[in-house]
Design a binder for this molecule. Structure first.
Ligand code: FAD
Ligand code: NAD
Length: 471
């Protein structure tokens, strides 16, 4: 590429991190190119992650509710059948609509989109192996690495996405397995376990640690979640590590070992979901050509302005530090373009919410009790159960609670942990409060509409700063 064709910004990867940065750069008047090899935009999240999984979660919940939660509401339904082909089509239509939507936004914001795999030739030139054949080279004054992540494989158990699956296979199974064993009780494991268990599979979750939910979930909330998921029919083996697997026979066989207090045994299942985490993806990126090093977990090393050691090459999203979440990637994408264009940007890593879209949903932001204990920080706890919330009662949907943690001296909010109906929407209120440095009294004195689930949020704040009214 010649210097005259030089772009202000070349982005490698069209996932949430890459596409949001591209749109923002277009809006800021930068000459921007985004290179994506998948054939569609939106990355893991839109194609095989957040979006398809939420379609399956929503519709499997509806199905399960029609089967098991209508009689008590005075609704009598006839013969209920699942059409798995159409169930999957509904998911595909959400995915297609959204990925095409991003393509439209590229056009609207003047982003050049190149379909192909990009790799570094040198610090400014990116060679692209085009999906349609052939090759081109793009030169960038600034370059953004946004190549995302991939499922961590389980050693010795080759993924075929039919019997040994990752989340990508789990959103596309063609029949409902009789039994499913999930390795890893983190968010992917529990969301996918929920989908297939609701559709009729007998699901067992094997988790190495003593609690489910993956990193960051408050222990009290994790225990409550496990209890509710168990009631729905899921089985759990905690403190248990899968050590090896064998898929040569009719069934997949797994050897599990006791971690702390667990039991060593052999398990058999029709389908195994490997959900032991995700790892940064930099394959084929040619980082060796620019002498770029990775940390011990394969992450691209950056400073607080997302610069790698080559300052005009920056990096955001799953491929670098921090939680692997779409909204974290999105925040970083906006900030990195602001750094390039204006020299300053902003992401508050202390106020990034997490949501697990099981039923009920689990959501949290800020610190957990365990985080505070580790730092020997004093805290005050206030909780409010949904069983005491009028809207939850009218909805016959009373499982769960809101829990708040605050500084005992200043009353400043330190963390919010919710399990319950609509927790994923309600956590936005906690995030906003945390971002603005609210005290729990500030929240308690804010009028909330009646009757809403959000009143449980207000009453938990009341319970933290003084006393709740309805409990
Ligand atoms: P990615 O989305 O992985 O995008 C990177 C893109 O770069 C990919 O499309 C890849 O093809 C492309 N690429 C890589 N190398 C090259 C190259 N050399 N040349 C060209 N293109 C390249 N997060 C949430 O916040 N909420 C959720 O509900 C949620 N649900 C999830 C469910 C599942 C099943 C999974 C797997 C993940 C989920 N996540 C969720 C996580 C979320 O998907 C990621 O955090 C997010 O996609 C990260 O965005 P990214 O742009 O950094 O990476
Ligand atoms: P995770 O790290 O959340 O959970 C993996 C779990 O597997 C951990 O609890 C770990 O202890 C366990 N584990 C590891 N090795 C094991 C073994 N040999 N035997 C038994 N258990 C073992 O990872 P994930 O659930 O795969 O998710 C990957 C990423 O995707 C996460 O960063 C997650 O935040 C993101 N994601 C987010 C959402 C959401 O926001 N709703 C949904 C899906 C995925």
């Amino acid at each position: 590429a010649s210097a005259s064709d030089e772009k202000d910004l070349v982005i490698i990867g069209g996932g949430v991190a890459g596409y949001v940065a591209a749109i923002k750069a277009g809006q800021e008047g930068l000459k921007v190119t985004c290179i994506e090899k998948r054939g569609t935009l939106g990355g893991t999240c839109l194609n095989v992650g957040c979006i398809p999984s939420k379609s399956l979660l929503n519709n499997s919940h509806l199905y399960h509710q029609i089967l098991h939660d209508t009689k008590n509401r005075g609704i009598e339904v006839g013969d209920v059948k699942l059409n798995l082909t159409n169930f999957m089509k509904a998911k595909d239509s959400a995915v297609n609509g959204l990925t095409k939507g991003v393509e439209f936004l590229f056009k609207k914001n003047g982003v050049e989109y190149i379909k192909g795999a990009g790799s570094f030739v040198n610090e400014n030139d990116i060679k692209v192996a085009l999906n349609d054949g052939g090759e081109t080279t793009i030169r960038g004054r600034n370059i953004l690495i946004a190549t995302g992540s991939e499922a961590t494989p389980f050693p010795g158990l080759e993924v075929d996405e039919k019997r040994v699956i990752t989340s990508t296979g789990a959103i596309a199974l063609e029949k409902i397995p009789e039994t499913m064993l999930v390795i890893g009780g983190g968010i992917i494991g529990l969301e996918m376990a929920s989908v297939w268990s609701r559709l009729g599979s007998k699901v067992t979750v094997v988790e190495f640690l003593g609690q489910i939910g993956g990193p960051g979930m408050d222990t009290e909330i994790a225990k409550a979640t496990q209890k509710l998921l168990k009631k729905q029919g899921m089985e759990f083996k905690l403190n248990t590590k899968v050590i090896s697997g064998d898929k040569t026979g009719d069934k997949v066989k797994l050897e599990v070992d006791a971690a702390k207090g667990g039991k060593a045994e052999s398990l058999e299942t029709d389908v195994v979901l490997v959900a032991i985490g995700r790892r940064p993806y930099t394959q084929g990126l040619g980082l060796e050509n620019i002498g770029m090093e990775l940390d011990e977990r394969g992450r691209v090393i950056i400073d607080s302005e997302y610069r790698t050691k080559i300052p005009h090459i920056r990096c955001v999203g799953d491929v670098t530090f921090g939680p692997m979440l779409a909204h974290k990637a999105e925040e970083e994408a906006v900030a990195v373009v602001e750094y390039i264009k204006k020299g300053f940007g902003h992401v508050n890593y202390g106020a990034i919410p997490s949501v697990m879209y099981t039923y009920p949903e689990v959501a949290w932001v800020g610190q957990s009790e365990q985080d505070l204990q580790k730092q020997k920080m004093p805290y005050r706890v206030g909780t409010f159960p949904f069983s005491a919330n009028s809207r939850a009662k009218t909805n016959l949907d009373t499982d769960g609670m809101v829990k708040m943690l605050a500084d005992p001296e200043t009353d400043r909010l330190l963390g919010v942990h919710i399990i319950g109906p609509n927790a994923g929407e309600m956590i936005a209120e906690g995030t906003l409060a945390l971002e603005y440095g609210a005290s729990t009294e500030d929240i308690a004195r804010t009028c909330h509409a009646h009757p809403t689930l959000a009143e449980a949020f207000k009453e938990a704040a009341m319970a933290t700063s003084s006393k709740a009214i309805h409990f």
